[in-house]
Design a protein around this ligand. Structure first.
Ligand code: SIN
Ligand code: CO
Length: 397
């Protein structure tokens, strides 16, 4: 798989992309997604912006130094009163709302899914943009419809100056180095910190496949919360080899070394860190569990549905991860919880974590083993997986 040329990467292999581009330099791919055609329309996005369970924003450019930010949910009057040009509607986590958009994620399977944040959609009429800015994370910008002119510029960091007192992060200084007009299906990958500026040439929809990279404060804070209830109060600082010191007010380097070795030991326990990572990264974006089905499925019903070739999908906001060896999972993580992996279920666990849309024939084969059937039924009954009304159709690949 590593050396296979991928159309989504312009014929490069995933291995080549990871070595030469990921987190390093931008990449433009023409026609990365040739069939996006009717995936989305602006009315659908506007409709989602009325929904109070969807995170939406509107950014209006009043002038190059005057930007307005509004948070949804919006109503129909909001859209009637928008200017004709120079605004953008942003819908976060569109992949949670539209299964066909979630299916695009399969094209990015060469990046671990725990690094993925969501797919954000933007709609803009001519002139619409969110201003020249930089992001702290990697992003693949996929042009879904219309055209957008993208410019990329300098590398930025915390010291890069932003326009003062604005609700959006617009760079004070933008130094374009390259420019492209993106047509439907084209894709631009940008590494973190690279200044970019995309302006709609006409009504256009752009999808941002965004990755997540927690900050050091977030990592330490969350890991500490995970670890604290697991520590024993009786495990204490010890200094049996205490040396006499001339000033009792001195915290000696030896004491500092003893203290830092306690801290190091706490944060370097691989088993704890891997369980924390599984729980942390498998939490859903909005920390909400999926809706369970109205009635629990019985094992026998699940088998009947699989034999009837009905599609099984992962609920779009749900995250499934595992730790252990690549081919021998040790722990399964489902939406922030650690689930024990029953014996005999390893292959099915790998299959569930790898895909988002499951072939009922494969599942039925797994479910010849009772443990697999029980686990599958449990995941269906918690709403993490669901049965679609449609018959299963193999994804084109
Ligand atoms: C947009 O789609 O307008 C903004 C996406 C981005 O710059 O990250
Ligand atoms: Co950006």
């Amino acid at each position: 798989m590593a050396t296979k040329p991928l159309a989504v990467l312009g014929g490069r292999s995933a291995e080549q992309f990871l070595t030469e581009f990921w987190q390093q330099q931008p990449l433009l791919v023409r026609d990365a997604f040739p069939d996006l055609g009717s995936l989305l329309n602006p009315d659908e996005l506007a409709g989602l912006a009325l929904d109070d369970t969807v995170e939406s924003r509107i950014i209006i450019e009043r002038s190059p130094i005057d930007w307005e930010l509004r948070h949804g949910p919006f109503n129909e009057t909001t859209f009637k009163n928008l200017p004709r040009t120079h605004w953008t509607l942003l819908i976060q986590a569109l992949d949670h709302q539209v299964p066909a958009v979630a299916d695009l994620l399969g094209a990015f399977d060469f990046i671990p899914s725990w690094r993925l944040d969501d797919i954000m959609a933007s709609f803009a009429p001519v002139g619409g943009s969110v201003g020249p800015h930089f992001d702290d994370y990697d992003v693949f910008l996929v042009q879904a419809s219309g055209q957008r002119r993208w410019q990329i510029g300098q590398h930025c960091d915390d010291s890069s100056e932003l326009l003062p007192e604005l609700p959006v992060r617009v760079l004070q200084r933008f130094e374009p180095t390259q420019e492209w007009l993106l047509n439907p299906g084209d894709m631009l990958y940008l590494p973190p910190g690279l200044a970019h500026y995309g302006v709609a040439e006409n009504d256009c929809i752009t999808l941002s496949v965004g990755f997540r990279a927690p900050s050091e404060p977030e990592i330490l804070d969350d890991f500490a919360h995970f670890l604290l209830p697991r520590l024993k109060d009786s495990a204490r600082y010890q200094d049996q080899e205490l040396a006499l010191q001339s000033n009792p007010g001195w915290i000696s380097p030896a004491a500092v070394t003893r203290m830092s070795s306690i801290l190091l030991q706490l944060v370097s326990d691989q088993d704890q860190v891997s369980q924390w990572m599984g729980e942390y990264f498998s939490r859903t974006k909005y920390d909400q569990n999926p809706e369970p089905p109205e009635d629990d499925y019985l094992d026998t019903e699940v088998l009947d549905l699989l034999h009837a070739n009905l599609s099984v999908r992962r609920e779009e906001s749900s995250r499934l991860l595992y730790t252990g060896d690549a081919h021998r999972p040790q722990r399964l993580f489902v939406n922030g919880e650690t689930l024990p992996i029953p014996p005999m279920t390893h292959s099915m666990v790998l299959y569930l974590c790898k895909n988002r849309h499951y072939n009922p024939v494969n599942l039925a084969m797994f479910c010849e083993t009772q443990e697999n059937l029980r686990l599958l039924t449990q995941l269906l009954n918690s709403g993490v997986l669901y049965i679609e009304e449609d018959l299963y159709q193999e994804d084109e690949d």
